[in-house]
Each structure stands twice: as C-alpha cells, then as structure tokens.
Ligand binder design. Structure first.
Ligand SMILES: [Zn+2]
Length: 867
C-alpha cells in the first residue's frame, strides 16, 4: 500500500498550541509601549471617547476588585478604539489622606519631631512608591493606557484645579463654616465623612434617668451614652405622642403611654398608670439634670419616636445632629464636653477622663446616689471609623461645609440626564442626594490639600478673587508645600494690606473633594463619556464628582455611569484573609496570564457581585484553550491562503451568513456592555455553532483537495472569515492572544485597525442545514451504538426535502461528511444505512468501486498525479 501521508496538505502555523502567556504578557506590554499604541489611538482623528478613571487609593497591593474594575474599563476602551474612536483613558491615583499619614507614622516619622515639611515630604515619598508599585501590578492586566500620562491627586496642577473648584463653590456661597456636630473619630483625631463610617455591634450602657420637674414629678429619659448627660440642655417630647403619668418605686414619672409595658418589661419594675397628661402643659418648663444639677428645658423634638426608650429624649446639642437642630431652634446653649482625643472637658469631676471610662464612672456615681431609675448593658449597632475600626461620636467642631439646600433640585435633574447601567443607579443616587446632609469637607490633618483660606485679623475669611487667583497659582507652581512655606504677606495681592493676626486655615480638604474635583483637574471641564466604578461609589466618587461638576460646569461630569458589584468567593462569601478565601489577581496572571484573568472578567455578570475561585479560573482556562485551539486550527489551515475571493457553495455561504449573524450580536453586546453575552456567542459558534461544524467539514477539503482548487480556496476563505470573527470579537477581552494570532499573518497590531464592516447576517439558511444535520445524526446514533458503522463517513443517506430546501442537494454529501446522499423532493424525511463501498486510503472517505482508481478515489488520484 502506498504512503499517501506526504501528499496531504497538513496544517502549518507558528501559533503554538500552549498559550505560555507568562512569557508573552511582558512582550505584549513592551510592544504596546515601544510602538506608542495608546499614543496613536489617543491622538488620531476621530470621535472622542473619554473614560475617566476613578482613582484607587495609593496604598497596598492590588486585589481582585481592582482587576475587575480596570479590566472592565480596558475591554471598553479597546472596543471603542476598534470602533475608530479617539480614546482618552488616563489612570489616576488618590494619594492624600489618613492611611498614608498612618503608614508614615508607623515608619517612625512624627510630625512633632521632624516638622511639617519633612513630614509631608515623607508622605509624598510614600505615596509615589505606592503608585509605582500599583502601576507595575496594573501592567500585569495588559491595559491600553500610557502610564506616563497618569494623574495623581498630589500633583500641583491637580491641586490647583481642585482649588479652583473650591473657589467657585465658595464664591457662589455654597461653602460655609459652622460649629456643628460631625462624626468625630477620636482615634484618628479628625472629623469623618459619611463615606468613612461603617457599623459594628458594640455593648453600651442602657440607662433610664429621671429629670425632676419643679412640680416633683420626673421626666424619664433613656440613653446609651451617659457621658453626654454632661452636655444636656433639654428633654424633648414628641408632638404627636401621647404621654402618661405613671408610678413606680413610689415616684411619679412621665413616659410615652404606649411604651409603659415595654419599660416595665426591660426594667422588671411594676409600673402603674395614673393618668394621661398633656405635653403642652409642660413644654417650656424647667427640669433638673440629675448629674450636673443644671437646668434642662422641656421642648418638642422632631426626631422623638416611640420605637424605643421612653418617648422622651435627652438633648445635648454638641453631640448629636438632631440635638443640634433642636438646640438651635430653641436658642439653647451648645455644650461640647469632649476634646479631640475623646477625653471629657467642661464636665466637672469627669474632666480628663476618657469618655467611655467617664460613662462607667457616671453610672456608678449615679447609682450610688440613687439617681438612676434603672441601668443595664445592651448590644447595638454603632458607627465606627472605617480605618481604625474604633467607635466614633458626634461632636461639634468648627468645620467647613458644602450646603446642599440650593443644589439638590439641580442635582436630581442632572442624575436623570445620565445613562445608568444598571438602571437602578439613578434611583440610588437620587435617594442618596435627597436625604443628604450638608457635606463636611474639612479634616484636621496635614497630608492633603489645604483649605485655601486666609483669615483677617478679626478672624474672618478674606473674600477676594485676586487673593484666590494668587493662591491658585501658588498651588500650581509649588503645590501644598508652597502654600505651607509661603508667608501670608507674600500671598496677598497689592490691594490687601498685611496685618498682624492674619492666619492661614490649617484644615485640609476631604479626600472625596480631591477625587471629586478630577473632572476639573484632569478633564479640564470636558464631560466624560463614561465613569465605571464599584457600586460603593454612589456614596463616594459619583456623588462628590456630580456635586462639584454641577456647581462648576452646570452639568454632571459623566454621560454614562456603569457600576459593578464586589468580587466574592465561589460560595458568594466576602473574601477575607482570616477565612483564607482570598484570590490574588497577580497569582492568576503569573500562573495563567492576563488573558485568563480578563476572560474571567468578561464572563462575569458585573452588574451583581462577581464570584471567583480556583475552580472558576480553571474553567476559564479551559474555555481559553478551546478558543486558542480553534484559532490555531484555522491559522494552520489557511497558512497558504493569500486572501483571494472565490465563489463559494451554499454551505460555505450559509456559514458566512451565520457568522455575520453572530458577529452582529457580538457587536450589539459590546455596545450594551454585555461582555458575558459577547463571549457566550463566540463560544457557542466555535463549539456547537456553524464554525465548530465547519471546522470538522473543512479538514477533508483542506488536507486532501488540490492545493489551488476552488473548493479548497473557498473553504479557506470561509475559515478566514470565521477567524476574523473570532479575533475581532475577542480582541477587547484577550488582547495578548488575539494580537499574537494577528501577528502570525500581519505586521503591526490588530488595535491599529478598526472593526471590519459586516452584513447583518441572516441565519435562516444555516438553520435549515442544522436541522437536516441534526436529523441525520439522530438516525446515525443507533447504527453507531450497534457498531454497524463508526463514523458518518460510512453512511448512505436518503433525504426528502421540501421544494424550497432543494438547493441544498448538491452540497449535502460533503457538508454532512457522509459517503452518499440521495435527495428526493417531498415532506422532510431522513433515512440512513451503511454505505456499500470502499475506503479511499488517502482521504479515508468511502466510494463505489467505479469512483476508485486502485486504492484511492478518483478525486485523490487527480491530486496525487501532481506529485
Ligand atoms: Zn480520496
């Protein structure tokens, strides 16, 4: 028997079977950088696409949430680049704030020892180092950006832009200074924004305290913060609540009528109803604070409910927001009884004591003097400093605020002008905006942008646009160190005389004001096409950016906002070091390569929380191998194809139509940012769709037909179309692999191209074929099980086709990969049997004797003659 192997046209490609991405990732990054790919795409002619990067905080290693965020952005940027857009995507970093100060202090650098300048320089140094580290880690994700063009909130030009935002808001009267209770973290010695608060269960005192009325009856309040009794100035009643006079322990008390049984239950006391009372008879009268002996006024309070306690609320304006409002409304004194570090002040014998210790002491003392109705401990959810995890308190300090009174309506309208994905984003931000308290923007720290205010000798902020412009330029030239070093007289414009007693504001701006000003500092007032961040940013960056942009530019800083969920483990649990379920994105890129991590991102429904586990990544690597093998198969089989257009038969035409149909779906999925759908469509095509089936068919043609035969060239042309579909559909997701494949055939990079024009693609013809094929395979299965035949190539098939499907007749034998097809016209029907014939030793298909020349078929004989 002759050896026909050497006459077969076997696949030939340099595209390796194994991805070996670990070595290819750095080459890809180097190629991008050396060839300035981002630079070319960001400066070419074309419609702008601006994706404004929300700056991650420059501290620590990247986690898988960072990977999800940046890769989603990069998929979109690459997709928009392939649409021909002029892309603008600069990575940013949030670099001021407490965590960096904490790290610097941990290194033994103390402000009190080294002075302001050296301390701040240490902060700069630390921040730059963190940025450098994270930047290196981001590179492992194969991102299309220019790292040289990154923005940092610590840069002096960024700070100058931020100062401009502050000044505009200040000049519009939206920024004011006031003594006001804010969340105060004694552990960080600073005021905190809402976004910096988290909740945790703590155990507190629960005390019922009688305030004696001049008539001898008692007003019973309940509190969990005994130390605030030192700041008490009033007891508040609810206007719509019914109150009763009750008797217990031989004393009379006023409590909310509907709470009598609850109080009896939680204090285990017998409480006897005496009579209903009219609260208006008592409002304005004076009680005695049992702890301090000071006067306490009976008032109405908007916040009093009967949800718990006694229905009477003790009011300490310096240590509660509602309390503060009530104190203001009633012209009462505002007492502050705690210092920066959490120690008591203005509290007599408790002065200097840490507030929690003071609470213990107060309960002990009042118990000893029989001044408590009842006391116990109870556990409840309380606000914590998100960084130190220590409790925070409300404490009135002099702070700078952004007032929302005149902004809310406009902000609500702007939220409706933005496209939100998922769409519930609009409602979420609206609810947050509606209930928003004024934004406290001052912090009592050093590492941040100083509030650009100079006070006159009388202690009033100087209002002067000339001065503002001097300060802005000072920041632009010399940054915050310049501000700290400058003498006031050197900052003042000629129109303002220097006077002794003038001073600079020492507070710095909230870091959310930093990042919230990035539209000014980075986009220079241009509106971004897209902001894309985790859904925790409704409280943070989406919110602060909207506020400042609306004031400065009269509109939202973004046209579209996409939010994603958090990354959780395979069981949906939060990742934590202590549980040991943390997946490190850098481990994935080191073990598998960036494309696997990116394919996981694309395959994840980011609108909800996203799962990741070793199993999920292994499954993703499997999908990757299927894609890679398909690409390799096609590359191998078209290596001698020069792109010529050839007349195709109905089978190849139907495959091309089906591919175009999928391609349109993929493009629409990218447009709606549904990457799961895009990848799914490609996977379906290459596994069980027209491409997968065509690849099986194509082997018989490519390997055995004459090298330049029309049949073979037409098949190669169809395969090339399938390859283009796969490459362009997956380029945004798997740039390293796709560019590697692209480079085996072309110079340059696929990202130098734009998407090819494709027809919409009608799938009807392909579906007709698929249904014929399914029917044949169904008949084939029992013959295979009975071991009558092994492969479809041994089958003879009788097919009855309706008239409108008869155009398939000619191609079915090859398309179905069977030995013989007998087609008649009629109602659709399929019958199969074993074909009675001989196997061609070259192409391994079966033929009748008259179609054979010796041991090979006539067709093969024609090809072999050429050798
Ligand atoms: Zn043959």
């Amino acid at each position: 028997m002759a050896d026909y192997k050497k006459t077969l046209l076997m696949p030939n490609t340099s595209f390796e079977m194994r991805g070996n991405l670990k070595t290819k990732d750095p080459l890809f990054s180097a190629f991008q950088e050396e060839n300035n790919i981002y630079g070319k795409l960001s400066t070419r002619e074309g419609e702008d696409f601006i994706l404004h990067d929300g700056p991650p905080y420059a501290n620590g290693n990247l986690h898988v949430g960072h990977a999800l965020n940046k890769i989603l952005k990069d998929i979109i940027v690459r997709d928009e680049a392939l649409k021909g857009k002029k892309i603008d995507w600069k990575l940013g970093w949030d670099t001021h704030g407490l965590p960096i100060e904490n790290e610097v202090q941990k290194m033994g650098i103390k402000f009190s020892e080294v002075g302001k300048e050296e301390y701040l320089r240490a902060c700069y140094k630390y921040a730059y180092k963190q940025v450098e580290k994270q930047q290196k880690q981001f590179k492992a994700f194969a991102i299309l950006t220019d790292y040289e063009q990154k923005y940092l909130t610590l840069k002096s030009d960024f700070e100058a832009g931020e100062i401009e935002v502050f000044n505009t808001m200040f000049n519009k009267g939206l920024i004011y200074q006031d003594l006001k209770p804010v969340y105060w973290s004694w552990s960080s010695e600073t005021a905190l924004a809402d976004a910096e608060i988290e909740y945790k269960d703590v155990e507190s005192h629960s005390i019922y305290v009688p305030f004696k009325h001049e008539s001898g009856i008692n007003f019973l309040i309940w509190t969990t913060t005994p130390w605030t009794l030192n700041a008490n100035v009033a007891v508040a009643l609810g206007e719509r609540i019914k109150y009763a006079l009750v008797e217990a322990d031989g004393q009379q008390y006023v409590v909310a009528e509907e709470l009598i049984s609850k109080i009896a239950e939680s204090t285990s006391k017998e409480i006897k109803f005496i009579e209903e009372i009219n609260p208006t008879d008592y409002v304005g009268s004076i009680l005695t604070n049992p702890l301090t002996g000071k006067e306490s006024k009976v008032v109405y309070g908007h916040h009093v409910t009967t949800e718990g306690g006694t229905g009477l609320v003790h009011i300490a304006g310096g240590h509660g927001l509602d309390d503060y409002m009530i104190v203001k409304q009633n012209n009462l004194d505002l007492f502050i009884v705690m210092d920066d570090k959490g120690h008591m002040i203005n509290s007599g014998k408790y002065d200097g004591m840490f507030y929690l210790k003071a609470s213990d002491q107060i309960v002990e003392d009042m118990n000893a003097e029989n001044k408590l109705f009842f006391n116990s401990k109870f556990t409840h959810s309380a606000p914590m400093d998100w960084r130190t995890k220590k409790p925070v308190v409300y404490r009135a300090t002099k702070q700078w605020f952004v007032s929302f009174d005149n902004l809310k309506d406009g902000l609500m309208k702007e939220i409706d002008n933005v496209n939100w994905l998922p769409s519930w984003g609009a409602d979420r931000l609206k609810k947050m905006t509606e209930s928003r308290e004024d934004w406290c923007i001052s912090r009592q720290r050093l590492w941040g942008v100083p509030i650009p205010i100079i006070y006159d000798a009388a202690g009033e902020p100087i209002k002067s646009e000339e001065l503002q412009s001097n300060i802005t330029e000072l920041f632009r030239e010399k940054g915050l160190l310049g501000w700290h070093a400058a003498e006031i007289k050197d900052i003042l414009p000629a129109s303002i005389q220097f006077e002794e007693g003038m001073r600079k504001e020492t507070d710095i701006l909230d870091v959310w004001f930093d990042s919230g000003s990035s539209h000014q500092s980075v986009l220079k007032g241009k509106q971004a096409d897209l902001y894309l961040e985790g859904n925790d940013q409704f409280r943070g960056w989406f919110n602060s950016s909207l506020t400042t942009s609306y004031v400065v530019n009269d509109r939202a800083p973004y046209k579209n906002v996409i939010t994603h969920g958090f990354v959780v483990d395979g069981n949906g649990n939060k990742m934590s070091k202590s549980i040991g379920n943390v997946i490190d994105p850098l481990t994935i890129t080191e073990q598998y390569g960036a494309d696997i991590l990116r394919l996981w991102v694309a395959n994840s429904d980011y609108t909800d929380n996203v799962k990741v586990s070793d199993d999920i990544i292994a499954q993703t690597a499997n999908d990757y191998r299927k894609i890679r093998n398909t690409i390799r198969f096609i590359l191998g089989n078209i290596s001698d194809y020069n792109g010529q257009d050839v007349e195709k038969d109905v089978f190849s035409k139907s495959v091309i139509d089906s591919i175009d149909n999928s391609w349109t779906k993929v493009r629409n999925s990218y447009d709606s940012r549904n990457f799961v759908q895009a990848v799914k469509e490609v996977m379906l095509q290459i596994t069980s769709g027209s491409i997968g089936i065509y690849l099986e068919y194509s082997k018989d043609v490519i390997y055995v037909k004459g090298v330049d035969s029309q049949e073979r060239r037409a098949t190669q042309a169809t395969l090339k179309h399938a390859l283009d579909f796969i490459l362009y559909s997956l380029a945004p997701v798997m740039p390293v692999t796709i560019d590697e494949a692209y480079k085996t055939m072309n110079e340059g990079t696929i990202f130098g191209n734009v998407y090819p024009n494709i027809s919409e693609g009608d799938n009807a013809s392909w579906e007709q074929f698929a249904s014929i094929r399914t029917a044949v395979l169904k008949e084939f299965e029992p013959l295979k099980e009975e071991k009558i035949v092994k492969k479809t190539s041994e089958l003879e098939v009788d097919i009855t086709l309706p008239a409108e499907h008869m155009y398939w007749s000619e191609v079915l034998k090859d398309a179905l990969v069977v030995a013989k097809v007998n087609v008649t016209e009629g109602d659709f029907n399929v019958n199969v049997k074993k074909f009675d014939g001989t196997k061609c030793e070259r192409c391994w298909r079966f033929f009748s004797t008259e179609d054979m020349t010796e041991d090979i078929c006539n067709s093969c004989h024609d090809v072999v003659k050429e050798f």
